[in-house]
Ligand binder design. Structure first.
Ligand SMILES: O=C(O)CCC(=O)C(=O)O
Ligand SMILES: [Fe+2]
Length: 363
C-alpha cells in the first residue's frame, strides 16, 4: 500500500476506535480495591502480542506503528523483539545487576535512597500501602536536573548515587539507560506515526530532559510462612515501561478478564507496557495494565529491570487532541507531571493513605 493510503487507513482505524465509545474504566477502579490474594500455584497465561520492531526501519515502520497501537489499545502490553538493543549489552546489564545485589548489605546501604533523593538502593518500598518483599536500585536521567525547579520538582531534582568502587556497574548501567531512552523515543515516534500526528506535537511532554528512571529489582526466594507479595498490584506512573524480565524465574502477573494472568517473558524480548500518562494522553484508549509480582517459589531469586519512560519536568499531561472528538470529550483534567511524581513517591515510604492515581484527575 502506498504510504499516503496506509496513513489514511490508519487514521480511519483510529477514528473507528474513538467512535466505538468510551471503553470500560472498570479495570482501574477494580485495581483500587483489589486485594493481593496469596499466590496461587499456577495462573492462566496472558499472551501479550509479540511485535517485531524490524529495527524501527522504514518502510516497515508503518506496520510496526500500527501493531504497537493495536497492542497498546487491546492489551496495554506487548513483547518487543528485534528492538536493536545489543543482546550482549542486556546480558552485561543483567550480570552487573546480579553482582550489585550480591554485595554486602552495608555496602548497598551506603547509597540508600531517602525522602529527598529517590535514587540509590532500598529494601523498604510500599506499593499500594503494603510493604513489598524486594530490594531495588534506582537511577535516572540527570539531564532533567537542569530543567527542574528544585522547589517544585523536589524528587526529580536530586542526583544519582552510584556505589563506590564499582565503575563497571555505573558504566554498563549508563550505556543501557542510553539505549532504553533511544528505543523509547522510537516507540514514541511509532505512537505518533500510528495516529498520523507530528512527533513535535509531543515536544511539550518529551525532550532530552525526560525524567525517565531505571529500576533494578531483586526479589528474594519466598520463605516458608511468608505471605507478602514481592511487588503489590499497581499501574506504572509514566508513559511506557520497557522491562527486561528474568528469563528463568517468572513471577509477573497482569490483571485481565477479572483474574490474574502470568506474563511469561519471550526470548530476547523487551516487555513493554502502557503507563498512566499514556492512558491520560490517549484519553483512555490505551489502558495502563494493573500488574504485580509473585514471590519466587522455586527457591531461586528473581531479577528484573524496568525502564520507566517519563515526561519532562514541567510537562502538563492531558488528552491529546488526536484522541478528543465531540463525542469523546477529554476524560481527564491536566496533570502536572512533577507534582504527580512527587506525590506518588511520598507514598513509597509508608502507608500514608491512598496513593495519587490518574482517576483523581478525572473530569
Ligand atoms: O519485576 C517485574 O517483572 C515487574 C516490575 C514492575 O512492575 C515495577 O517495578 O514497576
Ligand atoms: Fe510496574
Amino acid at each position: 500500500m502506498p504510504l499516503a493510503a496506509a496513513s489514511a487507513a490508519r487514521v480511519q482505524l483510529h477514528a473507528a476506535r474513538l467512535r466505538s465509545g468510551v471503553r470500560s474504566r472498570a479495570s482501574v477502579r477494580v485495581a483500587a480495591v483489589l486485594a493481593d490474594a496469596p499466590a496461587p500455584k499456577s495462573a492462566p497465561e496472558v499472551k501479550a502480542p509479540a511485535i517485531d520492531a524490524k529495527g524501527f526501519l522504514e518502510p516497515e515502520m508503518q506496520g510496526v506503528a500500527q501493531a504497537i497501537y493495536d497492542a497498546g489499545a487491546e492489551y496495554g502490553c506487548f513483547q518487543l523483539v528485534n528492538h536493536g538493543v545489543s543482546l550482549d549489552l542486556i546480558a552485561r546489564m543483567q550480570a552487573a545487576q546480579r553482582d550489585f545485589f550480591a554485595l554486602p548489605l552495608d555496602t548497598k546501604a551506603q547509597v540508600k535512597r531517602s525522602m529527598s533523593n529517590p535514587n540509590g538502593w532500598f529494601d523498604d518500598e510500599y506499593t499500594k500501602r503494603t510493604l513489598d518483599l524486594k530490594e531495588c536500585f534506582d537511577f535516572f536521567n540527570e539531564k532533567s536536573v537542569a530543567a527542574a525547579d528544585p522547589t517544585v520538582h523536589r524528587v526529580i531534582a536530586a542526583r544519582n548515587q552510584w556505589p563506590a568502587g564499582q565503575p563497571l556497574f555505573r558504566d554498563v548501567m549508563e550505556t543501557y539507560f542510553g539505549e532504553m531512552s533511544r528505543v523509547s523515543f522510537k516507540l514514541l515516534e511509532a505512537f505518533c506515526s500510528a495516529l498520523d500526528i507530528p512527533l513535535d506535537s509531543m515536544h511539550g511532554l518529551f525532550d532530552e530532559t525526560h525524567t525517565s528512571f531505571m529500576r533494578l529489582n531483586f526479589y528474594p526466594p519466598q520463605r516458608p510462612g511468608e505471605r507478602r507479595m514481592a511487588l503489590n498490584h499497581h499501574t506504572d506512573a509514566g508513559f511506557f515501561t520497557l522491562l527486561i524480565q528474568d528469563p528463568e524465574v517468572h513471577g509477573l502477573q497482569f490483571h485481565k478478564h477479572g483474574q490474574w494472568n502470568d506474563v511469561t517473558p519471550e526470548l530476547d524480548a523487551i516487555t513493554v507496557n502502557v503507563g498512566d500518562q499514556c492512558q491520560v494522553i490517549s484519553n483512555d484508549v490505551f489502558k495502563a495494565p494493573v500488574h504485580r509480582v509473585l514471590p519466587p517459589q522455586s527457591g531461586r531469586a528473581r531479577h528484573s529491570a524496568p525502564f520507566f519512560f517519563n515526561p519532562k519536568p514541567d510537562a502538563m499531561v492531558q488528552p491529546h487532541p488526536a484522541f478528543v472528538t465531540p463525542d469523546r470529550p477529554p476524560v481527564y483534567n491536566a496533570i502536572p507531571w512533577a507534582k504527580f511524581r512527587n506525590q506518588r513517591y511520598a507514598g513509597d515510604f509508608a502507608d500514608e493513605g491512598e496513593e495519587v492515581q490518574i482517576y483523581h484527575y478525572k473530569r
